[in-house]
Ligand binder design. Structure first.
Ligand code: PDD
Length: 279
C-alpha cells in the first residue's frame, strides 16, 4: 500500500511519524473516514467541512488547502487501485518535546492518509444485522469533535465482541448517545425514525445527515429527540449509520431481539436508498 505522510507518497513500511508527535503522546489529533464506492469518494465535501470544524474547535492550524486534500485523496485511491473501502485521514497538532502546554503557531501539523480496502455493499451487517450491548458513555464532553481519542470506544467494542455482539451503544443520563463508531436510530411502530439531536454528546455524522435528507425526500417522518434503552428495545426496528457501514440494521439490544432478530424493512430500505443515491 502507498500511504501519504506530510507531502510524500511512500510504501507503508517506509512512512514515519516522530515519537514526539502530539497525536501519539496526547491524542492531540483529529481524523476523518470517507468511504469509496466504485473508486468514487462518497459524501466527500461534508467530511472536509467537519474536518475544518474539528481543527477550529481545537485551535489547530490547517496548513493544507482543500484542493490539495482532494488531490491527495484521489491520488491514494488511484495508486492503490481502491474500488471499495475507505480513505483514512489524520491530522495532528504536530511534534514537539513532551509538554502539556504548546505553542500551536510554532508547530507544523502532521498529516497522514491511507486507504483500506473493504467490502461495503456485500457486508454481513446487511444480511444478518448487528447485535448491540449497552454501556455507560464515559467519554469526554466534546464528542462532537472527531478526535483520535478512541480508547473508550475501542474497549467498548471489545466488550461487545466478548459478549458475542457486534457493537456497543453508549448511554448517558438515561438516554442513548451513539454507537462506538456510528450514530444510533430507532424506528417507531408507526414508521417514524428517531435519532437524538446534535449536541456536544455525539458526533455530527455525515451519513446521519445525508440519510435524514433522503428520508425526508421519501416522506419518512423524522423525530429528532432522545430515546432510552427501554424505548429502543420495544421499537419496531433499530439501525446505525456511519461512513463505512452506511446503514446497519440492529437486530438485538442487550439480548432483546428486534424485528424478529432479522434486519427490518425500514432499515434495509434506507440502506438501499443510501447506496443507490451515493453511487
Ligand atoms: N466513525 N459517531 C461516532 C462516535 C463515530 O466515530 C462515527 C464515525 C460516527 C458516524 O459518522 P459518519 O457518518 O460521518 O461516519 C458517529 C468512523 C467511521 C470511524 O471511526 O471509523
Amino acid at each position: 500500500r502507498t500511504v501519504y505522510v506530510n507531502g510524500d507518497y511512500l510504501p507503508e513500511n517506509e512512512a514515519k511519524v516522530s515519537v514526539f508527535d502530539r497525536g501519539f503522546l496526547f491524542a492531540d489529533g483529529i481524523y476523518e473516514v470517507a468511504s469509496v464506492l466504485g473508486g468514487k469518494l462518497i459524501d466527500y465535501p461534508a467530511h472536509m467541512v467537519r474536518l475544518h470544524r474539528s481543527a477550529n474547535e481545537l485551535g489547530m492550524r490547517f496548513t493544507v488547502s482543500d484542493d490539495e486534500l482532494l488531490a491527495i485523496h484521489r491520488e491514494l485511491v488511484s495508486r492503490n487501485g481502491l474500488e471499495e473501502g475507505a480513505v483514512y485521514l489524520q491530522m495532528t497538532r504536530g511534534a514537539t518535546d513532551r509538554d502539556f502546554t504548546f505553542d500551536t503557531e510554532k508547530l507544523t501539523p502532521t498529516l497522514v492518509l491511507f486507504t483500506q480496502a473493504r467490502a461495503l455493499i456485500d457486508s454481513p451487517v446487511a444480511t444478518r444485522g448487528m447485535k448491540v450491548i449497552t454501556i455507560p458513555d464515559l467519554r469526554w464532553g466534546r464528542c462532537d469533535i472527531k478526535t483520535v481519542q478512541l480508547l473508550y470506544p475501542s474497549l467498548g467494542k471489545m466488550e461487545a465482541k466478548k459478549q458475542g455482539a457486534d457493537d456497543a451503544w453508549m448511554v448517558r443520563d438515561g438516554v442513548v448517545t451513539e454507537g462506538t463508531s456510528n450514530n444510533a436510530f430507532i424506528v417507531t411502530r408507526d414508521g417514524a425514525i428517531v435519532t437524538r439531536p446534535l449536541s456536544n454528546s455525539i458526533l455530527p455524522g455525515i451519513t446521519r445527515a445525508t440519510l435524514m435528507a433522503y428520508s425526508e425526500k421519501n416522506g419518512i417522518r423524522i423525530e429528532e429527540r432522545e430515546f432510552t434503552v427501554e424505548e429502543a428495545k420495544q421499537a419496531a426496528e433499530a439501525f446505525i449509520t456511519s461512513a463505512t457501514v452506511f446503514v446497519g440494521p440492529v437486530v438485538a439490544i442487550d439480548g432483546v431481539e428486534l424485528s424478529d432478530g432479522k434486519p427490518g424493512p425500514v432499515a434495509l430500505g434506507l440502506r438501499q436508498t443510501y447506496i443507490e443515491e451515493s453511487l
